[in-house]
Ligand binder design. Structure first.
Ligand code: FUB
Length: 324
């Protein structure tokens, strides 16, 4: 498999890959990093993305193709800047692209755009999903045909700022023994453009059934949720942000609770780490990014993939990204 752990495209910088298999082909929905000389800071101002390009591969051995611009922020009435990590869901022949961006007040919201093709172009809704906030949407289609959305990110992703139920930029950040903030979860309506259930925080528990603490930075949620099912269990995986791990927790239902189960991948080159997991021809693959293509510049990332394997007990073997 010649492309494994190599940059999948080199014509543009790409990050935050959400991979799916549609009609036997692999489609990757990444962010599109724009090179600039601006500052890096804890608010993520360096991530100035403006559009989405969908990537595709006929198989894991085939070349990865950039299908060109699929959606640009100039065509979305409510967006002011920062089109961050997207995901897609297929329902009844239509592809729904979910994406976070800042609205005209600088608040991150989640929008939807629709296409008849997996590579777009996508037609955006005129407003964001009502009741949505923060970043990094990921959608699971469950076996019963229901669709579940997971989202949220700390710091620049503003998740802490909504603890009271309304936006407060000065909100206290949980620390020490205080309970860590979990990702958000809701069921999508049949129209795929609105929440059917009131969004709620997911519980991630430790081995004693206690919620993870804010100080537990090697395990607590930071950003970039992904949900996949394996042997009937729900695997919530995510980035720990400040400690740069990808980790996962397992539950019996899409809404959890989830119990921390281990580390998916050790840190990559660059501050952020963000991934997706997909089954293709009976094998499981993780798509992720690092900063190899730019020699380590945080906001010039490149999408890669690697195979992952499960142990008998359902745990996943940790990936060491630069070891074979
Ligand atoms: O790409 C911008 C942000 O960086 C994403 O939303 C986060 O998950 C992190 O990868």
């Amino acid at each position: 498999m010649s492309q494994e752990r190599k940059p999948l495209v080199t014509n543009i910088f790409t990050a935050d890959p959400s991979a799916h298999v549609f009609d036997g082909k692999i489609y990757i929905y990444p962010s599109h990093d724009i090179p600039h000389e601006g500052e890096d800071n804890d608010d993520g101002d360096e991530y100035r993305m403006e559009d989405y390009h969908i990537l595709s591969m006929d198989s894991v051995d085939a070349p990865c193709v950039d299908n060109g611009e699929a959606l640009h922020m100039k065509d979305i009435p409510w967006v002011s800047k920062q089109m961050w990590a997207p995901d897609v869901a297929l329902k009844d022949g239509k592809y729904y692209l979910y994406f976070p961006a800042r609205d005209k007040d600088g608040i991150f919201r989640i929008g939807v755009a629709v296409s008849d093709s997996p590579v777009g172009p996508f037609a955006p809704e005129s407003d964001y999903i009502q009741g949505s906030y923060s970043i990094d949407p990921a959608v699971l289609k469950d076996d019963d045909g229901s669709y579940h959305i997971y989202y949220g990110g700390l710091w620049g992703g503003q998740l802490e700022m909504w603890q009271s139920g309304s936006f407060n930029p000065d909100e206290h950040r949980p620390e020490g023994d205080e309970k860590a903030i979990g990702p958000m979860y809701a069921v999508l309506n049949d129209d795929m453009k609105s929440f059917k259930t009131e969004p709620k925080h997911l519980e991630i528990l430790d081995e004693n059934g206690e919620p993870l603490k804010a100080s537990d930075e090697a395990r607590r949620y930071f950003e970039g949720p992904w949900m996949h099912k394996y042997n009937g269990k729900y695997y919530l995986s995510y980035s720990t942000g400040t400690t740069h791990y990808l980790v996962y927790a397992i539950g019996d239902r899409p809404e959890g609770p989830f119990t921390y189960a281990g580390r998916l991948m050790e840190p990559v080159l660059g501050w952020t780490t963000h991934h997706s997991i997909v089954e293709y021809n009976g094998k499981w693959y993780m798509f992720y990014h690092d900063c190899e293509l730019s020699g380590g510049i945080n906001h010039r990332r490149c999408v890669k993939f690697t195979e992952i394997t499960y142990n008998e007990d359902g745990t996943i073997r940790t990936v060491f990204p630069y070891e074979k």
